[in-house]
Design a protein around this ligand. Structure first.
Ligand code: SAH
Length: 334
């Protein structure tokens, strides 16, 4: 018996193919699981009896579940999710005035080891399957939240799990499944250019958030090891080619005394020159092991003002859920 959630979409398609079943049967199965929340194959009445028996004989329908949930004073939620193999991931719920966003994880652990991020400190174990990615949205829905936006900014590097993330993106967009608009789903990446190329070849209007954190090559390398391979020059080239057909945000964690001096900001302004449609999102650094200090509001505001005056389109991410370790970079920090 195989856990159904351990298979990716390609493997599921192959299984249906081997049974001599048409591809739309898989779609029907996924409807029962993801939309109707049915856990028993025998209740899936539009599948014929033989297929239901084969499914029951082959798979266990054990879903990822909340082992624990925490809620912050500011309304942010954090869910500790246990998977079929007992791996643990986390997902966050971020309610705001006009939206409710779910932040999903895409991998168990992360390979990229960015200095400031808790996820990078845990060993990479495996990719999440498509079903495991989208089920995180369902877990919050089942708690009664009306989810409007999804960001792939939890544990892991989405584009390092390309196929499963793309299938998850498809299901999230599909009106017969989740039906989120393209503008409501954001994929965050440390800047894996080859995968970004593939992605923008297949999709337009996709929302991408690139973790830049410094516009000075040597400095970026210090905190984001993969920056040696995917340099600022390569990132800028990719943006220039794609900024008119996708929505691109540059994420910039403000780390006091590291990337928030005048030289740093001038390098960022230079990077953004001639990219008027690209927005810089300032993220206050959230401490994970009390190592570096967090910026105060005054510093963030002065940086935002300076960038704005110089013609950069800038926004500030509110830091939410710090008290329950649910803020950016804090997932799985314990
Ligand atoms: N691997 C993806 C998704 C990771 S998390 C990526 O690199 O984009 C999403 C955002 O949170 C990224 O911009 C990441 O750099 C940021 N982040 C990570 N650790 C953080 C921390 N300690 N404080 C604030 N933001 C952090």
């Amino acid at each position: 018996m195989i856990p159904l959630y351990s298979l990716n979409i390609k493997e599921l398609k192959e299984w249906f193919d081997r049974q001599g079943e048409k591809p739309f049967r898989l779609s029907q199965l996924l409807q029962w699981i993801l939309k109707q929340n049915i856990n028993d194959f025998n209740e899936m009445t539009n599948l014929n009896k033989l297929l239901r028996k084969k499914l029951s004989d082959s798979f266990i329908l054990q879903r990822p579940f909340f082992e624990e949930t925490y809620f912050s004073k500011d309304g942010t939620g954090k869910g500790v999710v246990k998977l079929y193999d007992n791996s643990i991931i986390e997902t966050a719920l971020i309610p705001d005035i006009d939206r409710v966003t779910v932040c999903v994880s895409t991998q168990v652990g992360c390979k990229f080891g960015c200095e400031f991020c808790a996820s990078g400190k845990i060993k990479f174990v495996r990719n999440l399957t498509t079903l495991e990615i989208v089920e995180q949205v369902n877990l919050w829905k089942r708690k009664g939240f009306n989810i409007t936006n999804v960001v792939m900014m939890g544990v892991g590097e989405p584009l390092d799990n390309y196929d499963n993330v793309v299938s998850a993106y498809e299901l999230l967009k599909d009106p017969s499944f989740f039906g989120f608009g393209t503008r409501k789903i954001t994929i965050s990446t440390v800047g894996l250019i080859s995968e970004l190329e593939k992605l923008t070849k297949n999709y337009t209007k996709i929302k991408i958030a690139i973790s830049l954190h410094s516009a000075i090559q040597e400095k970026r390398e210090k905190i984001v090891p993969i920056a040696k391979k995917y340099t600022l020059v390569k990132i800028k080239k990719w943006i220039q080619k794609n900024h008119l057909k996708s929505s691109i945000t540059l994420q910039y964690i403000v780390i006091p005394r590291f990337n928030s001096g005048k030289d740093d900001l001038d390098a960022l302004i230079k990077f953004c020159k001639d990219l008027p449609r690209v927005r810089v999102n300032l993220i206050p650094y959230n401490t994970i092991y009390k190592d570096r200090e967090e910026p105060d509001e005054k510093l963030i505001k002065s940086i935002a003002d300076y960038l704005y005056r110089e013609g950069v389109w800038v926004s500030v991410r509110k830091s939410r859920g710090r008290d329950i370790n649910a803020a950016c970079g804090q997932l799985l920090a314990r």
